[in-house]
Design a protein around this ligand. Structure first.
Ligand code: TPP
Length: 333
């Protein structure tokens, strides 16, 4: 639980600092996970190293829980010469195989199908590794969601399919994805899968539901759909102004509360945490994040440092297509 608290706090401290870096012109784009930190943190700690998470941009607490190096995140966000992804991905669309974090895509819904396919391959190889996929509630309206559930059910894929229902898809509320009179968890029933609806702001509830689904998958009983009910406490991204479509004080009225505060209170109540340790941890994480940002700034922020142009033509195709060869010659790279 203390590791979970640390992961959630690291996510929040990092988000706040990097959001500010965007306002200072140091990166082109950023997205925060504020209010949703319990989900990735609990699931990253419950699942095994060989399992694979197929993320969305709102699942960064997974990487924080697994101690992905802050400097690699910062360099990717600044798109500088040390960006581990060589400038090929939009800021925060990370890819970290060694941390069980599959390449993130801005094309919503696509990772659901990849996760089911990966899980089917795992079963075929008689491995007990499982896949976990995230989908925002808005993205469940995509065909990918429904195709993936069909395949997951038919092939009994060892996969945990999560819908993070943060109630907003940019400016569209969750009902517009078709759940005005039902739930996202209930989608599972039509496919013959179990569907759980979990308080996504309760670290322990997320962990318990995930553990249940993981045991089921490893026992060859197939897929589980988990709706994680949560709330996107801040704007959609650095390009969004939520006051244009929802009440300014809506977050304060969110009845299920801040996941960090809830786990902190629980730990204090059972005598495993106190105010001093909490403040010290925040100060320590803040210092670590500041140091990583300084280190990244020394390499270069947006436009001040870039991966070499030649990187654009490498590492994607085994044999470059003639068009790429021509473009590379024209670019002088
Ligand atoms: C296939 C596709 N359609 C549309 C978009 C544009 N888009 C980016 S984020 C977003 C809202 C997604 O909402 P949701 O799935 O609920 O996830 P959340 O951002 O709330 O975590 C949209 C429509 C996209 N990136 N990809």
């Amino acid at each position: 639980m203390r590791r979970g608290l640390r992961a959630m706090l690291r996510t929040r401290v990092f988000d706040d600092r990097l959001f500010r870096a965007h306002r200072q012109g140091k990166t082109s784009f950023y997205m925060k996970s504020t209010g949703e930190e319990a989900i990735g943190a609990a699931q990253a700690l419950v699942l095994e190293r060989q399992d694979m998470c197929f993320p969305t941009y709102r699942a960064m607490s997974w990487l924080h829980a697994r101690d992905y190096p802050l400097i690699d995140m910062v360099n990717q966000i600044f798109s500088n010469a040390s960006d581990p992804l060589h400038g090929r991905q939009l800021p925060i669309l990370f890819s970290a195989r060694d941390y069980g974090f599959y390449s993130l895509s801005g094309n919503l819904g696509t990772r659901y199908g990849h996760a089911v396919g990966w899980a089917m391959a795992s079963a075929y190889r008689q491995s007990d590794s499982l896949a976990l996929a995230y989908c925002g509630e808005g993205s469940t309206a995509e065909g990918d969601f429904h195709e993936s559930l069909t395949f997951a059910a038919v092939y009994q894929a060892p996969v945990i399919l999560c819908v993070t229902n943060n109630q907003w898809a940019i400016s569209s509320f969750a009902g517009l994805a078709g759940t005005q009179d039902t739930t996202f968890a209930a989608r599972a029933i039509g496919y013959g899968l179990p569907g759980l609806r979990v308080d996504g702001n309760d670290f322990l509830a997320v962990a318990a539901a995930t553990q249940w689904a993981a045991e089921r998958a490893r026992a060859n009983k197939g897929a589980t759909l988990i709706e994680l009910f949560t709330y996107r406490a801040t704007g959609h991204s650095t390009s969004d102004d939520p006051t244009r479509y929802r009440p300014r004080d809506e977050a304060e009225h969110w009845p299920l509360g801040d996941p960090i505060e809830r786990l902190r209170q629980h730990l204090v109540r059972i005598g495993e945490w106190d105010a001093q340790r909490h403040d010290d941890l925040i100060a320590q994480l803040d210092a670590e994040v500041r140091a990583a940002v300084r280190e990244g700034e020394a390499i270069g922020t947006l436009g001040r440092s870039k991966p070499p142009l030649s990187e654009m033509f490498e590492g994607v195709f085994a044999e470059p297509d003639w068009r790429l060869i021509e473009q590379r010659r024209e670019a002088g790279a």
